[in-house]
Design a protein around this ligand. Structure first.
Ligand code: 3H9
Length: 706
């Protein structure tokens, strides 16, 4: 590619200043074309005697989003970013980075390699590589500590969080008050450059590891070990930054590069980079296009002011959208609004909100007991009791009171949206919006399209999700949609293992060691065992006829052991405590049930058996969902599991994890246990057709297209 062919960087010379303007939308990812453009631009400027100063800037609202992540999978990558930055840092003319917007990762590393940096006060920069399972690999771990204190450098690199530029005075030579004053300030700054100050190379600064710095490293290491359990990259970040204090600059760079490559080679890096694109791909759906109109959402109503309804309402108030909560009884309404206020007040106590913000948000919330008050709303979300007849009655009333074009949504977590839609005369306006609890905290939103949901309703809901800071995944209708449908066989298999002689704590330990935030028994106790019991009772005709299905869990509920809320479930709990304590009585119940059902208990259930039977069963259900088209792509399932169920992001989600393990292995292990255990229930451990066919062809879920 020649300079003329390379449009990624525009080059112009005016009044002795060579300007290299990055213009590679959407985020100036430092692709090969952009790197070549920078090298060529700097080379030209150095050769041109009329040029005294070089400016690197951007025509976009962002300086740069960093290295091009899509290039990480391979190809011809020369010139590499460190090489480009070395050339810039060693340029014999002053190089000034002007940041008209944020700089992340390699983008910030590019700025750090320049001799001067200018930006405006409300801008932010960061080194988020750790979120991709890697570390800054273009000198960030060596240059940043040379410009800021060790605590700041370590915090930025280990957490990956963006930092306001005003907190980084050592990094920026000039911070304009506003973006508008940046241009004039840059002009003044450039004209002030002369003499020995004109070239300031970060690499010339020397650092050493004194006692105080060592103490910072010790404290950050300890904290990181606690907060990033299971992740590989964070401790490697610390190791790389340490090199800035203990090695000469060039050796520090070599050390950084070695650690960068070690991170890059891990399954975690593949998983986290997969997840970066998965999250964004969730927004790319085929059900609408650019020409599909969007409906305006200026007023929202929520039916039901319980914990779920209140949490949903908060999302809209947080985004500045007025919400009306409806309850049939005044008392319930007041209780719901008081709970919302309490949640906001708690955030204020923690310093996350000011009292003025609390009041502003509360002023957007109103309550009513009359459906007629919902006549003007643009979107209604029903969050009432999870029973079909109740939901249908609500939708029938909404149909009669809401204006034409209002979107009628159900927050059901399991029920058939097609059937709910039949209660209205406008099924095209009906959709599922499945929020996860606590709804004001959890990022995931399953958007459930029913058979007749109109494309503009789908588009409006997907876009609206972004406004209320949710990650929306579009799914189809089936019992439990994607998330809860998959969790059913996961929990079923865990309960079957209990019946066969495993303890709740062994099963939970295996899953938490895998990286889940809690095991299935702790999760069941927290959610309430009576919920699963109710589902099993109400779906008798749809579920397994195996009498062992849910046997132990059913007995627990019948004994009043409903989980955490009743102080006893699969575990026992001290009053007021959420810490699960193993309960021998549960093992006795399992033993009696096993005896009653003729199930042989075993003492040799291994951790591997637990992982395969519980986790691979979850994956197998994911394969069925993919095959049926309930999820459009496997990465959507991954997004649902990471954001909805705390699946470890360093495994990328269940489907990415399965691809990494190899579908052949997943299939072999499932089949091995199925054959060993015999037919112990309807279709348990039965591999799906998709898993069998992909495994046979050496395929992956990622590349599967229906
Ligand atoms: C790195 O720098 C390594 C170096 O240390 C060492 C190298 C040797 N690459 O998020 P958005 C795409 S690692 C490729 O929706 P926003 C994104 O996929 C990198 N593509 O916009 C999406 O595509 P699509 C360290 C990228 O405004 C589109 O751009 N940097 C990259 O909400 C818009 O993205 C990071 O980790 C990229 N680097 O947020 C920063 N970035 O439209 C990663 C974005 O097809 N990026 N895309 O779905 C971000 O955090 C956000 O994208 C950003 C913009 C804040 C920049």
């Amino acid at each position: 590619m020649t300079q003329a062919e390379n449009n990624a960087v525009m080059y112009e010379v005016k009044d002795g200043v060579a300007k290299l303007v990055m213009q590679s939308a959407p985020v100036n990812a430092l692709s090969r074309a952009l790197r070549m453009g920078l090298i060529d631009g700097v080379t030209n400027a150095l050769q041109d005697d009329s040029v005294s100063t070089i400016v690197i800037t951007s025509s976009l609202p962002i300086f740069s989003g960093g290295a091009d992540i899509s290039e990480f999978s391979g190809g011809d990558l020369s010139p590499m970013l460190p090489e480009v930055l070395d050339k810039i840092e060693h340029a014999s003319k002053p190089v000034v980075a002007v940041l008209p917007g944020p700089a992340f990762g390699g983008g910030l590393e590019l700025a750090l390699a320049c001799h001067h940096r200018i930006t405006f006060a409300s801008n932010k920069v960061g080194l988020p590589e750790v979120n991709l399972g890697i570390l800054p690999g273009a000198g960030g771990t060596q240059r940043l500590p040379r410009l800021v204190d060790a605590q700041t450098a370590l915090t930025m690199i280990v957490t990956g969080k963006p930092t306001p530029v005003t907190k980084l005075p050592g990094v920026f030579d000039k911070i304009s008050e506003t973006p508008e004053s940046l241009l004039a300030d840059t002009r003044d700054y450039l004209s002030s450059l002369n003499g020995s100050n004109a070239i300031k190379r970060t690499c010339d600064i020397t650092l050493s590891m004194d006692e105080k710095t060592q103490a910072v490293f010790d404290a950050v290491t300890q904290q990181t070990q606690k907060t990033t359990k299971g992740f590989y990259a964070p401790l490697k970040c610390i190791e790389a930054v340490r090199g800035a204090y203990t090695l000469a600059f060039e050796d520090g760079l070599k050390n950084e590069s070695k650690l960068f490559l070690a991170c890059m080679a891990t399954p975690q890096a593949r998983a986290q980079q997969h997840f970066f694109f998965a999250e964004r791909a969730a927004g790319h759906v085929n059900d609408f296009d650019k020409s599909t109109p969007e409906r305006a959402i200026n007023r929202v109503a929520i039916i039901g002011a319980g914990t779920m309804g209140g949490g949903i309402a908060m999302n809209f108030a947080n985004a500045g959208i007025p919400v009306t909560l409806l309850e049939l009884k005044e008392e319930a309404l007041e209780k719901g609004l008081a709970l919302i206020r309490k949640n906001y007040e708690n955030s204020a106590k923690k310093g996350k909100l000011t009292q003025a913000q609390v009041e502003a948000r509360m002023s957007l919330l109103s309550g009513t007991t009359a459906y007629e008050d919902l006549a003007d709303v643009d979107l209604v979300i029903e969050a009432v009791f999870e029973k079909m007849e109740v939901k249908k009655a609500v939708f029938s009333t909404l149909d009669s009171v809401c204006k034409p074009g209002a979107i009628l949504a159900s927050n059901t977590s399991t029920l058939d949206i097609d059937e709910i839609a039949t209660a209205t005369s406008r099924p095209e306006d009906v959709i599922g919006l499945h929020f996860f609890s606590p709804a004001n905290v959890m990022k995931l939103l399953e958007v459930v399209k029913a058979e007749k949901t109109a494309p503009d309703v789908i588009k409006t809901c997907m876009k609206m999700a972004k406004k209320i800071r949710k990650v929306a995944v579009l799914v189809g209708v089936c019992f439990g949609f994607v998330g809860n449908r998959m969790i059913e066989p996961y929990g079923r298999e865990a309960n079957r293992l209990l019946l066969e002689g495993a303890s709740p704590e062994q099963v939970d330990r295996v899953l938490t060691e895998f990286g889940m935030p809690m095991g299935p028994f702790t999760m069941g106790d927290m959610a309430g065992l009576d919920i699963g019991y109710y589902v099993r009772q109400s779906r008798q005709e749809h579920i397994s006829h195996d009498p062992a299905y849910g046997a132990v869990a059913d007995r627990l509920v019948e004994m009043g052991r409903n989980g955490l809320k009743s102080g006893r479930g699969a575990y026992q709990y001290e009053p007021g405590s959420r810490v699960p304590i193993p309960d021998p009585e549960v093992l006795d119940i399992a033993k009696k049930e096993a005896h009653r059902l003729g199930v042989k208990q075993r003492s040799d259930i291994s951790d591997e058996e637990i992982l395969v039977r519980v986790m691979f069963t979850l994956i197998n259900e994911g394969a069925c969902i993919l095959e049926e088209g309930i999820a459009a792509k496997s990465s959507d399932i991954d997004v649902i599991y990471v954001y909805g169920y705390g699946f470890p992001v360093y495994r990328g989600g269940p489907m990415q994890y399965a691809d990494e393990v190899g579908l052949g292995t997943i299939l072999d292990k499932l089949v091995t246990y199925r054959d060993q255990l015999g037919d112990y229930g309807d279709m348990w451990l039965q591999p799906s057709d998709l898993l069998i066919s992909l495994a046979k062809d050496g395929g992956t879920f990622k590349h599967y297209q229906k």
